[in-house]
Design a protein around this ligand. Structure first.
Ligand SMILES: NC(=O)c1ccc[n+]([C@@H]2O[C@H](COP(=O)([O-])OP(=O)(O)OC[C@H]3O[C@@H](n4cnc5c(N)ncnc54)[C@H](OP(=O)(O)O)[C@@H]3O)[C@@H](O)[C@H]2O)c1
Length: 297
């Protein structure tokens, strides 16, 4: 019988989770200087079993909106991104709305891979455990034309969108596997479903992420861990401003977050948001290469 993440994670106290993370990595230093000054969130108790989550890439767009939503649903959250000022404002807003400390900011660049193990350890200690990890961080640098190539930008997209996700989700997968509980959510893209002419580097980063998540799912489902891949179409955020060409079926960020939250509750595996993209991408995936090569999107 499937055991819900929440129930089992409550069996693990902070000390046990420390031991698990210690097993994963030898900790070099504590990144105290990266952390906001908010008081630690209230500890989970049997009568007030708080769910605890990390959102990586929470300063803006989908991540920030999801943080507001999860806080409203009762999660206590560690919010990570590079822009400390935006994170602080968001934590202030969330904590004031909740009337208690529900969110703490941690300044972090996901491409600083060596910082992940000590930061993860610190967050687990600050939150008193961990039930959920959401990897949202992403960058999109269109090369600016079908005849343009830019290796530096392609490398950065792979470093952030793919290797950044692996740097976080690898130790977390190991931790959740040991705990036999937990939920992993990551934001891919419809762009990962097929290689297209507009932005090969971005396509590749999201295709790699989708495959990595599928592999994690195949490993972790048997341990009761849910892995959800979210594939948005066009969402109204800062990132969309970089998009070139038409952006059909664009949705507000709140709609994407609603879809993600519903899928999380149902412990789904892969969703498209909005859902019409499932059918569009099915048609695109089945388009034969000799036709696809002639298209210009
Ligand atoms: N908007 C769309 O139409 C769309 C469509 C499909 C998929 N997506 C995906 O959805 C995710 C969220 O995008 P969004 O639309 O919400 O974009 P956004 O508004 O630009 O937000 C991107 C977030 O990622 C963080 N981030 C970027 N690079 C980072 C790094 N090196 N280290 C840590 N955090 C980093 C940013 O924070 P800092 O800049 O403060 O670090 C920000 O919080 C991305 O993975 C994107 O690829 C978006």
């Amino acid at each position: 019988m499937h055991v819900p993440a929440l129930g089992l994670m409550r069996l693990y106290d902070t000390r046990q989770i420390f031991e698990m993370t210690d097993m994963l990595e030898s900790i070099r230093s504590s990144p105290e200087d990266h952390v906001s000054n908010y008081p630690r969130p209230a500890a989970a108790t049997p009568l007030n079993p708080r769910r605890r989550g990390i959102i990586i890439g929470a300063s803006d767009g989908i991540g920030a909106s999801l943080a507001r939503r999860l806080a409203r649903e009762g999660y206590t959250l560690a919010l990570l991104a590079r822009r400390a000022d935006k994170l602080e404002l968001l934590c202030n807003e969330i904590n004031q709305t909740a009337g208690e400390s529900r969110a703490r900011a941690y300044t972090h660049d996901v491409a600083a891979y060596e910082n992940v193990p000590p930061l993860l350890r610190q967050i687990v200690a600050d939150l008193g455990g961990l039930d959920l990890v959401v990897f949202v961080a992403g960058v999109n640098y269109p090369p600016g034309g079908m005849d343009k190539y830019n290796f530096e930008n392609d490398r950065r997209m792979i470093e952030v969108n793919l290797v950044g996700a692996m740097a976080w989700l690898s130790p977390i997968a190991e931790m959740f596997q040991s705990a036999k509980a937990g939920q992993i959510v990551a934001i891919g893209s419809v762009a990962g479903d097929r290689g297209r002419v507009g932005n090969p580097g971005y396509n590749t980063s999201k295709a790699g992420l989708a495959t990595y998540l599928e592999a994690l799912r195949n490993r972790l489902t048997r341990y009761g861990v849910n892995v959800l891949t979210v594939k948005p179409g066009f969402v109204q955020t800062e990132m969309l401003k970089a998009a070139q060409g038409a952006t059909p079926f664009t949705i507000p960020v709140e709609k994407a977050v609603e879809d993600i939250w519903k899928a999380m509750k149902k412990r789904k595996q892969v969703i498209y948001t909005p859902s019409i993209w499932r059918w569009i991408m099915l048609a695109i995936q089945f388009t034969p290469s000799f036709i696809f090569r002639r298209l210009s999107f």
